[in-house]
Design a protein around this ligand. Structure first.
Ligand SMILES: *Cc1c(COP(=O)(O)O)cnc(C)c1O
Length: 337
């Protein structure tokens, strides 16, 4: 594959059907709809076996490999690693997942439970990637990028097909944005099928590599910082081949949200929608609640991308307690119904 086509995404949907859960639900959020003044729907990827949408892309990549593959490796903020480990186990491949020390314990445990080897290297995604690259170059592993691999991107793009089958009248889609494999694949599918749709990438204020890169017109590095949306951390790779161009060409805009806004959005998803979701999943609601998306956005879907949150942090947030984020303390706030 040299560039993405709708046929690749349709093929991915067939290929991953036995491993990833397809046609995940798209229920309305009465609370967010009332606040927004338009239907707000939640695309629930938290029901994937690994707790996050990344299983779609990882399954498509692993299932596309030859039987003779020696093993697979990747660097990951957690959810991609878990997805690769899951798909590799299904095919009987060895998997080595390389992660930085910023990855929460809950995510590490999830990966080890799937029989994969988890290696902790350095304090950033970029440092972890040096090890997965080495495994590929020196030990013959197949490296699967979390976002810059066309099979991964095509797998994530299957969400776009489903959204328009479920709600052809959607006018706006909110996509949590990090490396841009998800946003690139989903926005490509959405815009190819329905060019008038507005597709918005949402990410946190600090350490948003894709946002900085789109502003600069080329991939740039940013300093990674602790965030409630830990799954959105990490760079996009200065040698980015696919996801940067897809996000540049198919996203209408990128909105940034603060840690306080993510905290409150997680409370709303829990207390109102009754969902356990991780910070990265709540950035769409954060953009809606902050008013930053604007009004009159029509029927809007927000992608609830994962539920793999540290439960101590989660219970602190939904109980309104302060939480520690690296060197800073995020003030508590009690959710009022
Ligand atoms: C990876 C991830 C994202 C962002 O996906 P990218 O393809 O890196 O942009 C969003 N939410 C969750 C829960 C993730 O694990």
């Amino acid at each position: 594959m040299t560039s993405l086509t709708l046929a690749d995404i349709l093929a991915a949907r067939k290929r991953i059907a036995g491993i990833a859960t397809l046609d995940t639900p798209l229920p309305p959020s009465p609370c967010l709809s009332a606040i927004a003044g338009d239907d707000v729907l939640l695309k629930l990827e938290i029901g994937q076996a690994t707790g996050a949408f990344k299983l779609r892309g990882a399954a498509n990549a692993v299932l596309s490999l030859p039987e003779s593959t020696k093993g697979v490796t990747c660097c990951s903020t957690g959810n991609h690693g878990r997805a690769v480990a899951y798909a590799a186990r299904a095919r009987g491949f060895r998997a080595v997942i390389c992660m930085s020390s910023l990855v929460p314990e809950a995510k590490l445990a999830g990966i080890r439970a799937l029989g994969a080897e988890a290696r902790i290297i350095g304090k950033s995604q970029d440092e972890a990637q040096v090890e997965s690259r080495r495994l590929a170059e020196e030990e013959g592993f197949h490296e699967i990028s979390p976002f810059d691999d066309l099979h991964v991107i095509a797998g994530q793009g299957t969400i776009g097909l489903e959204l328009l089958e479920q709600r052809p009248d959607l006018e706006t889609v909110l996509i949590p944005l990090s490396g841009g494999g998800l946003a690139g694949g989903v926005a490509f599918a959405l815009k190819t099928i329905k060019p008038s749709i507005r597709v918005v990438g949402i990410t946190m204020e600090h350490g948003a590599a894709m946002h900085a890169s789109l502003a600069a017109g080329k991939p740039v590095a940013v300093t990674e910082m602790a965030s409630l949306a830990d799954s959105l951390g990490g760079g996009i790779g200065l040698e980015n081949r696919h996801s940067f161009a897809l996000c540049r060409d198919f996203l209408d805009e990128v909105i940034l949200v603060s840690e306080e806004e993510i905290y409150r959005a997680m409370q709303v998803h829990y207390h109102e929608d009754r969902l356990v979701c991780e910070g990265a999943s709540a950035v769409g609601a954060a953009a809606l609640l902050s008013g930053r998306l604007g009004r009159n956005h029509g029927p809007t879907a927000t992608l609830i991308t994962g539920r793999n949150v540290d439960m101590q942090v989660f219970t602190d947030i939904v109980s309104g307690r302060a939480v520690q984020l690296g060197d800073t303390t995020l003030k508590g706030h009690i959710h009022a119904a």
